[in-house]
Design a protein around this ligand. Sequence first.
Ligand SMILES: NC(=O)c1ccc[n+]([C@@H]2O[C@H](COP(=O)([O-])OP(=O)(O)OC[C@H]3O[C@@H](n4cnc5c(N)ncnc54)[C@H](O)[C@@H]3O)[C@@H](O)[C@H]2O)c1
Ligand SMILES: [Zn+2]
Ligand SMILES: [Zn+2]
Length: 340
Amino acid sequence: MRAVIFRDRGDLALVERDEPTLGPKDVLVEAAAVGMCGTDIHVFDGEFEGTVFPLVPGHEATGTVVRVGESVTTLTPGDHVAVNPSTTCGECEFCLNGRNNLCRSWNGLGVVASDGACQERFAAPLANVYKLRPETDLYRAALIEPLACAIRGYDLLPRRMGEHYLIYGSGTMGLIMAQLAPRAGAASVTVVDLNPARLATARELGISNVYASAGDAEPDKWDVVIDCTGAIPAIEDALPRVKAGGTFQNFGVAPAEAFADYSPFRVYRDEITITGTMAVLNSFGRAVEMFEAGAIDPGPMISHSFTLDDYAQALTMFRTGEGRKLQIRPNDTASRVLAG
Ligand SMILES: NC(=O)c1ccc[n+]([C@@H]2O[C@H](COP(=O)([O-])OP(=O)(O)OC[C@H]3O[C@@H](n4cnc5c(N)ncnc54)[C@H](O)[C@@H]3O)[C@@H](O)[C@H]2O)c1
Ligand SMILES: [Zn+2]
Ligand SMILES: [Zn+2]
């Protein structure tokens, strides 16, 4: 069986390896699609906290069940599934208080210490495997994992009816947050991005308030401002645009060593709420249901698919910011242009 492997930081190879072995409560999945995101770049560059090399990357995955461990009774071969990559210890203070995403031993398949899905077949614990309807498009459903992160983000927002939302970043995450905003009660949604091609995707998704700079938009203050770039200039531009009583969310992942300037006086005087949001917390099952109910329009969001042979090419393309969501399809025979 073929697999992409990060042998060490900055060093990847396509290798032949044995199929993963299954524990009694594990599931073997034939990989259909695996989304690529900034996390894969951080893992490859050795910048993700805790990564243990060698590691098979890939954490936004769907596929078909091939085999199940001896204690698994709820899935059978042939089932279509999406896989939540997060695993936690279940024993620490955070896990015991229902804050598993803050677990100090947080492990992500393809991210920290367990192999991910950029291989023909991959193993996952049963608790992480969510059954899809047979008719759900397995390629598009690889957006369920980022959708689950977005739903966690919304769990931490006020979700009041009639509010105005401003979102920085028209990448996968900004576009998912923007598409969910009306369901959270938004009266308007504005998206800003420096990259005009990324704004074109937002327009294709029916978002009409799109700008290169928030300074060009109306209104000049928003109830909810969400950074989906992780870029310090964006964050520093974003926070002052929150209306009094409003909320700012750091959804984007800024570099661990970076700091941003803001006015503590303004946060005090105007009762601004600043919130983080980290990965997935009890939101994967809801993401499956919302995806299958059509909460996001995946068609325009996925621009290219790559075979395992072309994994390095996908990484290079990701770094240039070209394209939209890039996918690896480990059992496909050709790389393809899908949209954009
Ligand atoms: N909180 C979480 O759980 C979570 C989950 C997934 C991803 N993320 C993070 O969310 C962020 C977005 O992810 P993505 O997959 O959409 O990334 P992406 O790279 O596809 O999109 C980021 C967009 O931000 C734009 N941008 C960069 N600097 C900007 C600036 N100064 N002003 C306006 N736009 C700017 C880029 O042009 C790009 O289109 C990343 O930082 C990612 O690590 C967080
Ligand atoms: Zn990701
Ligand atoms: Zn824990």
